[in-house]
Design a protein around this ligand. Structure first.
Ligand code: OAD
Length: 232
């Protein structure tokens, strides 16, 4: 199967952890998934952070040590190349790894925040790009800085969700790559695209909760599937 992007006005790539799996970034569920190894209750919720901030920061810092060793794969480059020539392409990602931006993609909505930012409840967000955190406490007030990512029990930024919904509601091609489709509200996005008449394509080696919603299903890893789908 080939897709000719020029036949579509607005294309959304909706990506999850499987998009980065071939970079060496572990997924959350399935084989080798982070949530099989770690209890999210101990590492990925506000309560855990309040109970033991250092333990939570250690966990997220460890993940960054992995991320700095990972490189984007051919599939990321395909999306970025398409984005450069097609003004209607957007990426809505659940990933916090910044991998799309590393290949040069610019129209990226990060639904779940970013591993490369920390946040002080009083003094806001700061960028932090090293292998280890530059600092763990706010330089202004001394409070612990928390990763600027969406944890279990956190609400997503309503403006971010609104932007994603507008883009997805207006697209005519929706390509989901590497998501299990179990985490809300993102799990509702394929249905939004479908309701608005978009052609919906799933790229995932395994069937998932939402596979029935898609017009076309490609049971291959992201890198191969995206390279074969588009002639860029
Ligand atoms: P999951 O770990 O739940 O699902 C990863 C999906 O990727 C599975 O459906 C796999 O079959 C698929 N997959 C694995 N390797 C692949 C490959 N090479 N190519 C394509 N697909 C592949 O990840 P998400 O759906 O992204 O939340 O999880 C959603 C959210 O749950 C994450 O954003 C995270 C997590 O808790 C936060 O961090 C807030």
């Amino acid at each position: 199967m080939k897709i000719h992007p020029e036949e579509y006005e607005r294309i959304v790539f909706f990506t999850g952890a499987g998009m980065s799996a071939e970079c060496g970034v572990p997924t959350y569920r399935g084989k080798g998934g982070i949530w099989h190894q770690y209890n999210w209750e101990d590492y990925a919720c506000q309560e855990a952070f309040e109970t033991n901030p250092e333990k939570v920061l250690d966990f997220h810092e460890l993940r960054r040590r992995t991320l700095v060793t990972c490189e984007p794969h051919a599939g990321h480059h395909v999306i970025t190349t398409l984005e450069k020539t097609h003004p209607g392409i957007h990426i809505v990602t659940q990933n916090i790894d910044g991998m799309h931006q590393r290949t040069g993609s610019r129209r990226v909505i990060e639904l779940h925040g970013s591993a490369w930012r920390l946040r002080c409840v009083r003094h806001g967000v700061r960028e932090d790009h090293g292998e280890t955190y530059e600092r763990r406490r706010c330089e202004h007030c001394g409070l612990w800085l928390r990763p600027d990512i969406v944890w279990f029990g956190d609400a997503l930024d309503p403006q971010v969700v609104q932007s994603a919904l507008e883009i997805i509601g207006g697209c005519d091609l929706f390509i989901a790559v590497g998501t299990s489709g179990v985490v809300w509200p993102a799990a509702g996005f394929p249905a939004v695209a479908r309701r608005n008449g978009a052609r919906c394509v799933e790229i995932n080696p395994e069937p998932g909760e939402l596979s029935g919603l898609y017009d076309d299903v490609i049971r291959e890893p992201a890198g191969n599937a995206l390279t074969n789908l588009f002639s860029v």
